[in-house]
Design a protein around this ligand. Structure first.
Ligand SMILES: [Ca+2]
Ligand SMILES: [Ca+2]
Ligand SMILES: [Ca+2]
Length: 475
């Protein structure tokens, strides 16, 4: 591929554009901005989500769970010893989450600072854990936190409250809850590595002790569930914390929460898996070829004017109540040329993706395709998508243009995007293109899975946008 020198007209364009956008000296965090000759648009990778220069990107770690992650009775949970263990190894980490305290129990809102003397120093207190919570209850609480932080690694230890509250039924509840947690996180952070722990034993001292035997049933089944969740592009790895804990020595008097010693043992169990997730063996795999499936939304084979909300197998959906998403086969009032199996002007085939706003904010709604290919250095990635603007009077309605955003992600990071850069004439599709030049791409995104996301952006009731002919080329 041709390389750009700093003095080339294209590169000057890029720098001017970056300044005009208020991005200062705008050194791209992940690779070089590249301006396609045909259309002078500027892409400064990383600035969509990370405003500050990031010379060394930290790996983002989200600890998710119940009180044994939240911290109770003046204890911090395993997060504290794990943080310092990793810190000593000079791991560049950011614990992430929207919560940052231990549980308020009997008026105790902070850990015992005699035992946890570095709590208010450089310990990163951010987490996503909730005292007393079951796996099914935490699923709806994760969406915003994950979309804000897009963790690279999730540490997950949950199910004790499922089993404590629900007895034998808690086993399946927790196993399914863990699957739901993983799936819901992947919708927004498709290349996250999951380190999933089994459950500590339960001793006398808690009402949960009646159900203690079910912990073993759960723990026996969990490795199989984790193996099924494992994916080359989003690893799921089993972590055995049960084996390292001793009910006699490692628990608070309630028999439920590991004590200072037990927390360190839990941290020890997670530690090698976190190191592997950061450094190599659990990172998402490299795969060879680019492939985009159902890229023209033709898989349902709909008749003229038919609309279906059936989810497409090859796309992942993250929807909000106000977004009506489906596939339809437009009529030729909406798009001239679309009669029967005719192709709308600027589209491909006779069916298109339809994202329609039925009442408000669809900003967090999108559909995603994760591709079986990973980001490599010194390549030029080009994504193009045909965007459709419906002419009024057609069979489907929603003819006020709904706007759009196209995003290209590497791992969980947006490396290029375009929002409403083209406005097609009513009754036509116009193609928008985004480009990412991976020359000098930061090593933290090299080898991460590529994915493409499509969104509808305008928030008024009654607007709609059609999408078609999604393409990715690598040169
Ligand atoms: Ca943090
Ligand atoms: Ca199509
Ligand atoms: Ca048609």
């Amino acid at each position: 591929m041709p390389s750009l020198s700093l003095t080339s007209p294209l590169c000057q364009w890029a720098l001017l554009g970056a300044l005009a956008l208020g991005l200062g000296s705008g050194v791209p965090a992940y690779g070089q901005a590249h301006v396609p000759p045909a259309r002078a648009k500027i892409f400064v990778p990383g600035f969509h989500t990370y405003a500050a220069p990031l010379p060394s990107l930290p790996t983002k770690v989200m600890c998710i769970g119940d009180s044994n992650t939240h911290g109770v009775q003046g204890h911090t949970s395993y997060r504290y010893p794990l943080w310092f263990q990793l810190y000593q190894q000079r791991a560049v980490l950011d614990f992430v989450g929207t919560r940052f305290t231990v549980h308020n129990e009997n008026g105790v809102t902070i850990p015992d600072l005699n035992q946890y003397s570095r709590y208010y120093t450089y310990f990163d207190r951010d987490h996503q854990a909730y005292n007393g919570i079951r796996s099914d209850q935490i699923v709806p609480l994760l969406g915003q936190a994950v979309s804000l932080t897009r963790p690279d690694i999730v540490l997950l230890m949950i199910g004790t409250n499922d089993i404590g509250q629900l007895g034998s039924g808690g086993v399946n509840n927790a196993l399914h809850g863990i699957m739901d947690i993983v799936h819901s996180i992947r919708l927004q952070a498709p290349a996250t590595t999951f380190l999933i722990a089994n459950l500590p034993p339960i001793g006398p001292g808690t009402a949960f002790f009646n159900n203690a035997a079910h912990i073993n049933t759960f723990n026996n089944q969990l490795p199989g569930v984790v193996a099924n969740l494992d994916d080359p592009l989003s690893r799921a790895v089993f972590v055995d914390v049960h084996a390292v804990l001793d009910l006699q020595t490692d628990f608070l008097p309630d028999g439920l929460h590991p004590n200072f010693v037990g927390q360190a043992k839990v941290a020890n169990a997670f530690y090698p898996a976190v190191i592997s997730a950061i450094s190599g063996s659990y990172r998402p795999m490299h795969l060879a070829s680019v492939q985009l499936l159902d890229s023209s939304f033709e898989s349902l084979g709909l008749a003229d004017q038919a609309h279906s909300q059936q989810e497409l197998t090859d796309w992942l959906y993250h929807t909000e109540p106000n977004l009506l998403r489906g596939v339809w086969n437009p009529d030729n009032v909406t798009y001239p040329g679309a009669l029967g199996a005719g192709t709308p002007t600027g589209a491909e085939g006779d069916e298109v993706l339809a994202l329609e706003n039925i009442g408000g904010d669809p900003a967090r709604a999108w559909i995603t395709q994760i591709m079986p290919t990973t980001l490599e250095r010194d390549k030029l990635y080009t994504v193009s998508v045909a965007i459709g603007h419906r002419a009024p009077g057609g069979s489907r309605g929603f003819s006020n243009f709904g706007g759009y955003e196209i995003q290209l992600l590497a791992g969980n990071r947006i490396i290029a995007s375009s929002s409403n850069q083209v406005t097609p004439q009513p009754g036509t599709f116009e193609t928008d293109t985004i480009v990412f030049d991976s020359t000098g791409a930061h090593q933290s995104i090299e080898g991460t899975a590529l994915s493409i996301r499509l969104r509808q952006t305008y928030q008024q009731y009654g607007v709609g946008t059609d999408f078609d002919d999604v393409r990715l080329s690598v040169q």
